[in-house]
Design a protein around this ligand. Structure first.
Ligand code: UN1
Length: 484
């Protein structure tokens, strides 16, 4: 079946009409698979603001009930939605399913969280006074997502934003508009079952100008944006100018240090998934391998074997481990940095399929310092552990990192204050494929935001400090006297 026929059947099954001025193309064969209509940013913001006034007064555990229903709809539609992710983003079957599973998992997490939006009680310095801290809903949240996680990133944000009391406007990637429509169709079912206010969950399709209008809209309290560092540089100052809040998840240039004591077979498998998986198009993709000179030859030989054996092709084939790059631009980007080492693989006509590349360098530098969204693994060797740590941190990005070692001292140093400077630092697993339970995000040019698990929910709420006097006197703080 052609991707277009495949997509048409799924869209029909999910109740999504394919019509409008914007086309979506499958990276599998480059052909059009459906259409969507561009949205109206001002209208969306108006609806979201109206929904906010109602939604913020609904008790949080009750808001959690809506997210529970959303999780139910996602569970029921897991297979077709995952299939659409495969068709529109080119992810292999397992990764499409995994992406929808992340959506379900974050819904479960958010339902529990809806009863745990805890504030604090603070000891007051004054007699008969009580201090506390509360977390209140923030306002409409704009989610800007990228093609590589076309549905999960929305869910990480939306599930938390909803229980926190906020409406959500979604501006998906122009490359993956259909999966967004499919998610909205499922969300509408949950909204109808709950009888939620209009405008609580919306999608606004369109290009950069539409995104900019939303980013500049004062009614939007938080802009949660996932994408390139260039995008973040454009969005951050625009939102700051109006004193809005941002949560940025930008580029990564993630390294793994492989020490002499590492389990090399385990490391090789972790490298294969994290460097070549998703055709190198994750922000957490492994791009830099920093390997001890004593084990480098063995490891690189094993990787070359694995990279040659791996099945590249139509992502719908259950044996395929690497699907296509998203489009021609992605291939050009790869060829620009590694020249003829960017090796095309003949798979499906019209798609851009490549073999993951291993590029050995004498020293870290040049294009190794930048994020290229393609399966390129740079390899450098080290002899001294301090040098390996320095190399891990010597790039502008700070998302994820990993170490393979059996030495507790090396592992602990890697995770210490003087170790990896990234938001994520893993031991004996690769840098990609984070679980939803942890806070996800990174430092430096990665933007500093955290979403998903742990206490990331706080970014979606406003904090209020309350001091209450239940006495008959008026003592001032800091012992100040102000008597007439
Ligand atoms: C991204 O590529 O934008 O840790 C996010 C991972 C995924 C998230 C990637 N859970 O690889």
């Amino acid at each position: 079946m052609s991707p277009a026929e495949d997509a048409a059947a799924i869209l029909q099954q999910l109740g999504v009409a394919s019509a409008g001025d914007l086309a979506s193309h499958s990276p599998i064969d480059g052909k059009e698979i459906g259409r969507v209509q561009s949205g109206d940013p001002a209208r969306a913001a108006e609806l979201a603001q109206a929904a906010f006034l109602e939604w913020r007064t609904i008790p949080a555990p009750r808001r959690g009930e809506l997210v529970r229903l959303l999780g139910e709809e996602l569970r029921a539609a897991k297979e077709p939605l995952a299939r659409l992710v495969t068709l529109e983003a080119g992810k292999i079957v397992q990764e499409g399913l995994g992406e929808v599973q992340e959506m379900i998992d974050i819904c479960d997490f958010a339902v529990g969280l809806s009863r745990q939006l805890y504030g604090l009680t603070i000891a007051s310095e004054r007699p008969n006074h009580r201090m506390m801290e509360q977390w209140h809903p923030l306002g409409p949240v704009l989610v800007i997502s990228a093609f590589n996680f076309p549905v999960a990133v929305w869910a990480w944000n939306a599930a938390l934003a909803l229980v926190c009391g906020n409406p959500v406007i979604w501006k998906p990637s122009e490359k993956t508009p259909l999966t967004a429509e499919a998610v909205m169709a499922l969300a509408r079912r949950a909204l109808a079952r709950f009888d939620a206010p209009d405008g609580l969950l919306q999608v606004v399709q369109g290009g950069r100008e539409i995104g900019e209008q939303l980013v500049d809209d004062e009614r939007i309290a938080l802009v949660s944006a996932t994408g390139s560092t260039a995008m973040g540089r454009a969005v951050g100052p625009r939102v700051a100018k109006r004193f809005g809040r941002v949560l940025l998840e930008l580029g990564g240039n993630n390294a793994m240090i492989v020490c002499p004591s590492a389990d090399l077979e385990l490391a090789a498998r972790a490298i294969l998934f994290s460097a070549a998986g998703t055709a190198g198009q994750r922000c957490t993709t492994l791009r830099r391998l920093i390997v001890h000179e004593g084990v480098a030859d063995r490891l690189v030989a094993r990787l070359k074997q694995l990279f040659t054996a791996i099945k590249i092709g139509d992502p719908r084939d259950p044996d395929t481990l690497i699907g296509p790059l998203i489009d021609a631009g992605a291939f050009e980007g790869m060829a620009r940095v590694i020249g003829d080492k960017a090796e095309r693989v003949a798979a499906v006509e019209g798609g851009h399929y490549v073999r993951p590349a291993i590029v050995e360098l004498d020293a870290q530098g040049g294009t190794m310092m930048q994020e290229t969204f393609a399966p390129i693994l740079y390899v450098v060797r080290y002899s001294d552990f301090d040098e390996a740590l320095r190399l891990n941190n010597a790039v502008p990005q700070g998302l994820s990192s990993a170490i393979f070692t059996s030495e507790v001292r090396e592992a602990e140093r890697f995770m210490s204050a003087a170790g990896s400077d990234c938001g994520i630092a893993n031991v004996n697993i690769g840098p990609s494929g984070a679980e939803i339970g942890g806070a996800f995000g990174g430092e430096k040019e990665t933007g500093g935001g955290r979403e998903s698990g742990s206490d990331s929910w706080r970014a979606y709420m406003r904090r209020q400090t309350n001091t209450v006097n239940y006495g008959t006197d008026l003592p001032l703080a800091q012992g100040i006297r102000f008597d007439v």
